[in-house]
Design a protein around this ligand. Structure first.
Ligand code: OAA
Ligand code: MG
Length: 563
């Protein structure tokens, strides 16, 4: 184990052991003095490089690969070899590397996880080892853990059940916690809860690395989650735990069950809601249509879709709409069409957003028994269309054209991930709306041409929110993560919108500015937590300083050897 004290760190590791520790390894950047002290001569080539030199060497190697999956594997290997270098490379090339470390390539990384697995990172907690969770968490390696991202791999992006391969997602999310939110890598821990998989390809794959079993459900599943959360809270009482890519019913159930017990949130429900709400608030500056006059159609009425609707509804109430009136502004479309009064099989979290039959009594319908998105757009004339359905192409030309007919500046956010699952491409939306739409996409796309110039479409991804929420929550040690904190995050994002100064500019800051975005989101979130009484031991005038102090910038510090 190592100890850091300001200008230097001490460790008892030496030789190969030191080089094999990704948190301590500096590779060719170990100085002559360190090579003397830690018996590294001969194990390293003689030339001593700087971190900058290492970064440019790695960048060159990275660019030489043919596919993004190869680049993903290269970066994962680097992360498991030398974390400081990995983060120095990431932070100085966010725009280029985020699509590899994170969405969309991380999705492929999950699909190929069993092939790519090299070294252990994070924890795999599986049903057969339920009785051992305490012992596994007890390892001193995890003493510094403050932030956990956990998945059970059942709904990985829009790619469905990836079983243990889902581990790629917590690893990728935490890379952003450090790269954008500045949390020290030693404080982060990715966890995969291996409760089996119902993906037949995984089950049939002789090289599948997960627990080869159908998914455990019902009471046994709930008991396992309970054992996990109890062990986590016992080991790290103040930990921040982010739920990621759980299937819709479990996502909402677990959030409801545990949000009062620890400092926790669900990124797909709350993070996605905050980025969508922030981008919508920014769009209002451009369209001039106030929140109180917005109507919102959402394709995909799962936990993410209903999370978005909840936060926008809360913003509408803040803007002066009554609870009742605000509730009528949402048109949620799922597999069986528009969520409507009298439908059976609705989940509790969908109930606040069902339309009543009277309200749609005069609609002209092409399919009265199942009201699809096109009928919704033609009749309800929404001002905003959001997709979290995972269905590529679901925003068809007639649907997008109907949005353009109903609105001078339609707001269209196909947010499904990865790129292959997006409801429409920015280029198509641009063409079908004669360039009038305000577009936000979940995954990165190549720039479109607008007014004769290249225009980068906003990646309206929860990466604009969760690193800042985590940073803000941890910097002030908030006991819980409230809905108000996500509203504060959304508003902070909207207030950093480049479109505020010029309506032709983007709704969101560029990906290259995600570190600054995280810092301002963190400040808003921490101030809100303070206002809600969720912070007990940090004075309000210390908050900004706490956040800054918590942000680690990747760099090497000298080592001294202990016995
Ligand atoms: O990971 C992302 O890019 C956004 C997200 O949470 C999801 O799609 O599940
Ligand atoms: Mg997710």
């Amino acid at each position: 184990m190592s100890e850091t004290s300001g200008a230097f760190a001490t460790t008892a590791l030496s030789g190969y052991e030191l080089l094999a520790d990704p948190q301590l390894n500096k590779g060719t950047a170990f100085s002559e003095a360190e090579r003397d002290a830690f018996d590294l001569h001969g194990l390293l080539p003689p030339s001593v490089l700087t971190l900058d030199e290492q970064v440019s060497r790695r960048l060159q190697a990275l660019r030489g690969y043919e596919t993004d999956l190869e680049r993903y594997a290269f970066l994962r290997e680097l992360q498991d070899t030398n974390e400081t270098l990995f983060y120095a490379l990431l932070v100085s090339n966010l725009e280029e590397l985020l699509p590899i470390v994170y969405t969309p390539t991380v999705g492929e990384g999950c699909q190929h996880f069993s092939r790519l697995f090299r070294k252990p990172r994070g924890l795999f907690l599986s049903i057969p080892h339920k009785g051992r969770i305490d012992r596994i968490l007890a390892h001193p390696r995890f003493d510094k853990v403050e932030a956990i991202v956990v998945t059970d791999g059942e709904r990985i992006l829009g790619l469905g059940d990836q079983g243990a391969g889902g581990m790629g997602i917590p690893i990728g999310k935490l890379a952003l916690y450090t790269g954008c939110g500045g949390l020290h890598p030693a404080t982060t821990l990715p966890i995969l809860l291996d409760v089996g998989t119902d993906n037949p390809d995984c089950l049939a794959d002789p090289l599948y690395i997960g627990w080869r079993n159908e998914r455990v459900r019902g009471q046994e599943y709930d008991d396992f989650i309970e054992a996990f959360i109890s062990a986590v809270v016992k080991r790290w009482p103040r930990v921040l735990l982010q739920w990621e890519d759980f299937a819709k019913n479990n996502a909402t159930r677990m959030l409801d069950r545990y949000r009062d017990r620890l400092c926790t949130f669900n990124d797909d429900i709350q993070g996605t809601a905050a980025v969508a709400t922030g981008a919508l608030l920014a769009a209002i500056n451009v369209t001039g249509v106030p929140l109180t006059e917005q109507r919102v159609a959402v394709l995909g009425a799962g936990s993410a879709g209903c999370g978005i609707a909840s936060l926008i509804r809360a913003a509408m109430r803040d803007a002066g709409l009554s609870e009742r009136e605000a509730a009528t502004r949402f048109f949620m479309v799922d597999r069986d069409g528009l969520l409507l009064e009298g439908m059976t099989g609705l989940a509790p979290f969908q109930l606040p957003f069902i339309q009543n039959k009277q309200a749609i009594g005069d609609w002209k319908l092409s399919h009265p028994d199942k009201i699809g998105l096109l009928d919704v757009v033609r009749n309800a004339r929404p001002t905003v269309l959001i997709g979290v359905s995972g269905q590529a192409g679901a925003f068809s030309e007639p649907i997008v054209r109907a949005m353009a007919e109903a609105n001078k500046r339609p707001v269209i956010f196909p947010l499904s991930n990865p790129t292959s699952r997006e409801e429409a491409t920015p280029a198509d939306i641009e063409a079908w709306t004669e360039g009038r739409a305000l577009i936000g996409v979940g995954s990165p796309f190549p720039p479109i041409t607008r007014d004769g110039a290249r225009f980068k479409v906003d990646q309206t991804n929860n990466s604009y929110i969760f690193p800042g929420v985590g940073l803000g929550a941890l910097a002030v040690g908030t006991s819980h993560v409230s809905d108000g904190m996500f509203m504060a995050a959304a508003k902070a994002l909207a207030s950093s919108s480049p479109a505020r100064d010029n309506p032709k500019h983007n709704l969101l800051p560029p990906v290259s500015a995600l570190r600054e975005v995280a810092e301002s989101v963190a400040l808003a979130v921490a101030l809100q937590a303070h206002k809600e009484g969720l912070v007990t031991d940090v004075a309000i005038d210390q908050i900004e300083q706490r956040i800054r102090a918590k942000m680690w910038t990747p760099g090497y510090i000298p080592y001294r050897r202990t016995a």
